[in-house]
Design a protein around this ligand. Structure first.
Ligand SMILES: *Cc1c(COP(=O)(O)O)cnc(C)c1O
Length: 357
């Protein structure tokens, strides 16, 4: 099978170095070597989360922790902020967990509205809220600082924030913002293979969890907390994933966080300039465009599936032709992970060539 370079917004391209890190021999998950590995990456993970709390590792995809968060902290009723495919799904997931849940729906392409959130929380009906910081389906990045300011007015409402496609793309200061559960996944902004999730919880989130019946076992946040005290996970994790994470975290700090944010802002701007120069339009509302991917309205009615097929054939690369109900009417280009100005510029010249036919 030829190597097709992924510019889709997840899973994204994984470097040879990361893949090689996964090929190390196994160690016991209760061994001293494992505990050393786990403990060694904690300070860097905490720096990435901007938290003093322990960062937990779950070798599940993000939905495992997203569902787990519902089961751990929702007592009364959860408000699911919805503005795209992933965030919309969270309402369905909350109800499947047997929880009382309401949706706060924004139109796709728009961010979560802080005023609407405030009005909903003011009813006093809710004790938890879910927000997706960066809606990967629509390329919308909500303003987490404004939303967090609203959430801080309601200390009894536990906030659950998904940063799967924005983590390490922009700083998300968990402790400073007062976010209760912050979670991310491996296959998007971290450029790791799918199947690993990282999350951290505030003291309030742990206190809430302690009052909740039916947390289950596999995603019981208090089990994660207890095991983390001994630098372990509750059950056997995919140790290869943790080797990959260690390798990636080393890279991130070798580059430097600020340099990483700046590089991604630049590659994102290159795509934005191309969109404007070619007469395309952004799907996301102005001021709320994601920094990690671009969702482009196919306003020219191009056959993007055909363009993508050409891109694959000629250049062994792939973009995405839209997700959920905007499949076909939009296309998406990811600039997450290891991409540089050189690789994104190259992709854009390939796209121009393939659009010509
Ligand atoms: C991809 C994605 C998810 C789902 O992740 P899985 O790893 O498939 O469980 C959740 N939230 C966002 C914002 C995503 O982009």
């Amino acid at each position: 099978m030829p190597h097709i370079k992924l510019f889709i917004p997840g899973p994204i391209e994984v470097s040879e170095k990361t893949l090689a890190a996964m090929a190390k021999p196994m160690i016991g998950h209760r061994s001293g070597d494992f505990k050393k590995l786990y403990a060694a990456i904690q300070p860097q993970l905490q720096a990435l989360f901007y938290t003093k709390q322990p960062v937990f590792l779950s070798t599940s995809s993000s939905w495992g922790v997203m569902e787990g968060a519902i089961n751990n902290v929702v007592g009364k009723k959860v408000l699911n902020c919805m503005n795209g495919a992933f965030s919309d799904k969270w309402l369905d997931v909350s109800r499947r967990c047997g929880k009382q849940a309401d949706g706060l729906q924004a139109e796709w392409g728009k961010p979560v509205d802080p005023k609407a959130l405030d009005a909903k929380l003011a009813t006093g009906e809710y004790d938890a809220v879910t927000i997706i910081h960066n809606e990967t389906s629509t390329g919308v990045m909500s303003n987490i600082e404004e939303l967090a300011a609203v959430l801080r007015k309601y200390p009894n409402v536990i906030s659950i924030v998904d940063t799967v496609s924005s983590f390490s793309v922009v700083p998300i200061k968990m402790d400073e913002l007062g976010i209760d559960v912050l979670l991310t996944g491996s296959q998007k902004a971290l450029a790791l293979p799918p199947g690993l999730s990282l999350f951290a919880c505030s003291e309030r989130a742990f206190e809430r969890a302690a009052q909740i019946q039916g947390r289950g076992y596999y995603f019981d946040f208090l089990e994660f907390k207890k095991n983390a005290e001994g630098s372990m996970t509750p059950s056997t994790p995919c140790i290869s994933q943790i080797y990959a994470l260690q390798s990636k975290v080393e890279e991130i700090f070798a580059e430097g966080l600020e340099a990483r944010y700046a590089r991604q802002a630049k590659t994102n701007q290159l795509v934005a300039d191309w969109v404007v120069a070619r007469g395309f339009e952004f799907f996301a509302e102005e001021g709320y465009r994601s920094k990690s991917l671009t969702c482009i309205s196919n306003n020219k009615g191009l056959d993007m599936e055909a363009v993508n097929a050409l891109l694959k054939k000629r250049y062994s690369a792939m973009i995405n032709c839209g997700y959920g109900k905007i499949k076909g009417t939009t296309f998406r280009i990811s600039n997450m992970g290891d991409e540089t100005e050189a690789t994104i510029s190259e992709l854009l010249t390939w796209l121009d060539d393939c659009i010509k036919g």
